[in-house]
Design a protein around this ligand. Sequence first.
Ligand SMILES: Cc1cc2nc3c(=O)[nH]c(=O)nc-3n(C[C@H](O)[C@H](O)[C@H](O)COP(=O)(O)O)c2cc1C
Length: 328
Amino acid sequence: MQLMLAPMEGVIDYPMRELLTALGGVDRCVTEFVRVTGRLLPPRVFHRLCPELAAGGTTASGVPVYVQLLGGQAAVMAENAARAAELGAAGIDLNFGCPARTVNRSDGGSVILREPQRVHAIAAAVRAAVPAQVPVTVKIRLGYEDTSLLLDIVRGIEAAGATELTVHARTKRHGYRPPAYWEEIARAREVVSLNVIANGEIWSPADALRCRQVSGCDDLMLGRGALCRPDLARLVAAAARGEAPASLHWPDILPMLLQFLELNLAHYDACYAPNPLKQWLVYLRAYFPQAAAVFEQVKRLRDPAQVRHALLANLRAAAGNENTAAAA
Ligand SMILES: Cc1cc2nc3c(=O)[nH]c(=O)nc-3n(C[C@H](O)[C@H](O)[C@H](O)COP(=O)(O)O)c2cc1C
């Protein structure tokens, strides 16, 4: 089984990929989307969204990172894909799932699913422009308004020579509302021999096992669930082997918060660095109630030194609790 970390614009960026892949269990990452409009983008755009390009296209833990492109014009998508490959991308991923109105209005993301032949043409042009040894993968939703074009879309992607396909099991209309329709992925799998990766609403190892069973997919992509439970990939991988390892507890998460702050400070301007930490705390509180209290403490802080101070105080308090518990 292969487990992918989902692309998430503004959330799963370089520092988050570094942090999550260090925990193990993730086999591949995808960058946030690179928006391709009318022109060949300069190398700095690719390096900004994928700093891993400077390190052989992998995270420090050795997990490959594919560069995701989003756009509606086959020729310019192909040119940019070739550039990303030249710069050392481990693979190219094409985004046909973004539901954002501004993106869809300017001919990008899920709106292209209304025209399966265009999805095919873009994937085929990118495949032809990128060296054969560089994988070209595609990420779709079940459709735009409904699922009526799903099988045509999927057949077109296979005919384009794509290496793999990830299906987020919702239409654009469904947005991010549960449930995810994993059974629709099973329907798509029946018409192609291409490897299909299932995505959507996997929050626990039990969800992952059910998703594999319903979709028939071996491989999964984890999005928000991996932010709420940073060790989700490791737990899912173990569950698939029939093992049940100990999961992380809040005292394990606190040092990761500090590490995340430092990674963001190294990567972004200091005034911006606390924001991703606050955003992550919002995800974490869905699984760790303690994250809500830390969020309240830091939500108005803008100085990274003050944020660090608050995190260290929590770390000391957690260590104190553990010592008290051990002494008792
Ligand atoms: C904040 C946010 C940003 C996202 N950005 C991207 C993106 O840049 N590219 C993409 O293909 N999908 C993007 N997605 C979709 C996710 O990759 C994934 O398909 C979706 O969240 C469903 O998986 P999940 O239920 O495990 O979160 C984004 C989702 C969210 C919530």
